[in-house]
Ligand binder design. Structure first.
Ligand SMILES: Nc1ncnc2c1ncn2[C@@H]1O[C@H](COP(=O)(O)OP(=O)(O)O)[C@@H](O)[C@H]1O
Ligand SMILES: [Mg+2]
Length: 313
């Protein structure tokens, strides 16, 4: 059942390009005022989903509504009320910052001033460059201008497709601070990202891979979906440790995370002491010293990799 007033309702949506199933029976809902993230690697189907929600592409099967309107039958109603920021090419590089904003406002039959309250905090950051051509802005500034342009007609929902890809770390943080502020003001935001640190800033995330949604949950809860137990393992030399652990007959996954490796074992119910002793013996026989391992709570990234590994080609 869909909750009354869900700003996005997607039901059994599929889209195929030739032999590629870009979306494969996807269903989910976004709650009012939510900051909802679509997280996943390239080619997962995120852009296809955004294009369908923004009424720029038709689904092959299934249905979707945005703000209660059908994406196939009521596209004009949707377009007037949605702010869409495509991953690339949303700005006119030969127009200045000012001209881009004025242009996007005129497309929606409004003026820059009408949407000003919403974009003021963002626009203040790009104002010093208002006479500069959009094509000459830094990546971070481009994203802020594109966000301003997507907000100029005072939409009720924002669809942002990888808004921070290719943007430096400081600008990425600033951009997410702006999204947080917009969401606090009551706007529903659906945003895609390949970055796990950004996923943590969403209220709920959907993990997307190969056209499927693997899990939908609060980012802090996604870790609970990790199958089995997880350990942080150290040893020297580290580069050799990865290979040695992957050769261990019961290893399910061995992934580098910062300065440790995350290890999971095929067997459940094995005591930590027993497993530690087994692995210490296995690794020391293969030239690893300073071996150490500790049980840890899986995070969203661990779960994502584990679930991704479980999707058949
Ligand atoms: N217009 C298109 N024609 C052919 N294949 C496409 C088209 N758009 C997307 N695809 C394919 O569909 C899959 C999903 O792509 P996309 O939605 O862009 O994923 P993402 O945004 O997550 O990277 C990819 O395999 C991509 O190559
Ligand atoms: Mg994409």
């Amino acid at each position: 059942m869909s909750e009354p007033g869900s700003p996005v309702v997607v039901r059994a949506l599929s889209k195929t390009f030739g032999k590629t199933r870009a979306l494969d029976n996807v269903s989910f809902e976004v709650r009012p005022g939510e900051l909802f993230g679509l997280v996943g690697p390239d080619g997962g189907g995120k852009t296809t989903l955004f294009r369908i929600l923004a009424t720029l592409m038709l689904p092959d099967e299934g249905s979707a509504t945005v703000l209660g309107r059908d994406v196939v039958k009521e596209l004009w109603e949707i377009r007037a009320r949605v702010g869409y920021m495509p991953g690339r090419f949303s700005l006119y590089p030969d127009l200045t910052v000012e001209e881009n904003l004025t242009f996007f406002a005129s497309v929606f039959g409004t003026t820059r001033e009408a949407g000003y309250e919403l974009i003021a905090p963002i626009y203040r950051q790009i104002e010093p460059f208002k006479d500069r051509k959009a094509g000459a802005l830094s990546g971070g500034m481009k994203q802020k201008l594109a966000l301003s342009c997507a907000l100029v007609h005072r939409p009720e929902i924002l669809l942002l497709d990888e808004p921070t890809t290719g943007v430096d770390a400081v600008s990425r943080r600033e951009f997410w601070d702006l999204l947080g502020a917009l969401q606090t003001s009551g706007l529903t935001v659906v945003v895609s990202t390949p970055y796990m640190d950004e996923a943590l800033r969403c209220q709920r995330v959907a993990l997307v891979q190969k056209g499927r949604l693997l899990a939908i949950d609060a980012p802090g809860e996604v870790g609970g979906r990790f199958p089995g137990d997880l350990y942080a393992v150290r040893g020297t030399p580290r580069h050799a440790l990865i290979g040695v652990l992957r050769e261990f007959p019961h290893a399910v996954s061995v992934q580098p995370f910062g300065d440790t490796l995350h290890y999971s074992d095929a067997r459940t119910g094995l005591g930590v002491a027993e497993l530690t002793a087994e692995l210490a013996t296995w690794t020391s026989a293969r030239g690893i010293h300073d071996f150490d391992m500790q049980p840890i709570e899986p995070g969203i990234e661990d779960t994502f990799m584990a679930l991704m590994g479980g999707v058949a080609e």
